[in-house]
Write a protein that binds this ligand. Structure first.
Ligand code: ATP
Length: 355
């Protein structure tokens, strides 16, 4: 079922948000969301994600001079009920004394549609959400995942121009979260509603986003596709926030960086002070002591498919390496490291091709 092929595009123009107590939650923001795309807002607690959502919803208004447009329509001062947005938040906010079907049909009832039309549309929606069998149940008779699906169904049944999802999966356990994430992924692509999805979980962001906006202290740190953000981060903050990164930093001379753990070759760096970035899974670790470059195992953590190993003596900070789950290293062991140039992450400060 394709409810809404043409979700509205959204444009923030010079949107700043200062709260009454003087907190500057959002610095001047200029951002376009394409019609039908899923844009993920990602960032640490307090970076302004929810504030952006609330501005789109009409629950907050930008400071003077800022504008928000849905397609070509200026909605900056429009109240929430005029904007036609669907919302799902972390706490489901369902009506506990209504059935699943009544919850899902609520928005249509408010629109004063005829009872038989509502019944038909609700049945269709419940079917699509695989909730048909639960239609007569009360909300407290549902699991967390089922409740979240009801909340989604309730939000999208009115064909909103824009769908706002604020950490909708964070209250669920890991297995359910994974399953529902895949489900939402398929659903959003089918529906084509313009969706803004807030999370602080980078895996969720990459799995769901057509594009990701990484936020830092009320500013956009980078915007791009999941691959652009992962493989060509523009700064240390983004590189570290998405997938963790090791920064090797030291004096470079003759294309060699001198570190506590040995010499690192860095053909692309000039003489002076340099930085190299490697993700934990891209560093090869060997049990061989006495290699040209290496350190000592400080801590290990077995996580099933991988061993996460913290090393000291390599760099000024601890170095994190993710090796195969079957590898076995012990604290205090001397190890060698291999860093391949092709695995290196290069910061793309221009936002174009990686320099
Ligand atoms: P989280 O992931 O913790 O939900 P967030 O990225 O969604 O965080 P926001 O809720 O947008 O962050 O908050 C951004 C900043 O604005 C924070 O510093 C927060 O304390 C502040 N803030 C939010 N609402 C208000 C308010 N009503 N009055 C004053 N400051 C506020």
């Amino acid at each position: 079922m394709n409810i809404n092929e043409h979700g509205a595009s959204i444009r923030f123009e010079n949107c700043q948000k200062t709260f009454a107590d003087g907190t500057l939650a959002l610095h001047s923001l200029d951002l376009s969301v394409h019609a039908g795309e899923t844009l993920v807002l990602l960032g640490p607690s307090g970076c302004g994600k929810t504030t952006m959502l609330r501005l789109i919803a009409g629950l907050e208004f930008p400071d003077k001079g800022g504008r928000i447009l849905f397609k070509d329509e200026d909605v900056t001062r429009q109240p929430i009920e005029k904007r036609n947005v669907g919302m799902v938040f972390q706490s489901y906010a369902l009506f506990p004394n209504m059935t699943v079907a009544e919850n899902v049909g609520y928005g249509l009832k408010v629109q004063k549609l005829k009872a038989d039309v509502i019944k038909h549309q609700v049945a269709e929606m419940l079917d699509m959400m695989e909730l048909g069998a639960l239609a007569p149940r009360k909300i407290d008779q549902l699991s967390g995942g089922q409740r979240q699906r009801v909340a989604l169904a309730r939000a999208i049944i009115t064909s909103p121009r824009v769908l706002l999802l604020d950490e909708p999966l964070s209250a669920l356990d890991a297995i359910l979260r994974d399953r529902l994430r895949a489900y939402i992924n398929t659903l959003l692509r089918q529906l084509g509603i313009t969706t803004i999805y807030v999370t602080h979980d980078q895996e969720e962001a990459m799995a769901l986003g057509d594009r990701i906006v990484v936020m830092d202290h009320g500013r956009v740190s980078q915007i791009g596709t999941p691959r652009e953000i992962y493989f060509s981060p523009q700064n240390d903050f983004v590189a570290d926030f998405i997938g963790q990164i090791n920064t090797f930093e030291g004096p470079v001379s003759n294309r060699r960086m001198t570190l506590p753990g040995g010499i690192l070759h860095c053909a692309h760096l000039g003489d002076g002070h340099g930085k190299l970035y490697y993700r934990p899974k891209d560093i090869e670790i060997t049990a061989r002591a006495g290699s040209e470059f290496g350190g000592v195992v400080h801590q290990t953590q077995f996580i099933g498919d991988r061993n996460r190993i913290w090393l000291k003596g390599v760099n000024h900070d601890l170095v994190i390496v993710d090796s195969d789950g079957r590898s076995d290293f012990f604290i205090g062991q001397e190890v060698g490291l291999r860093l391949r140039p092709e695995q290196m992450i290069r910061l793309d400060r221009q936002g174009g091709a990686a320099a």
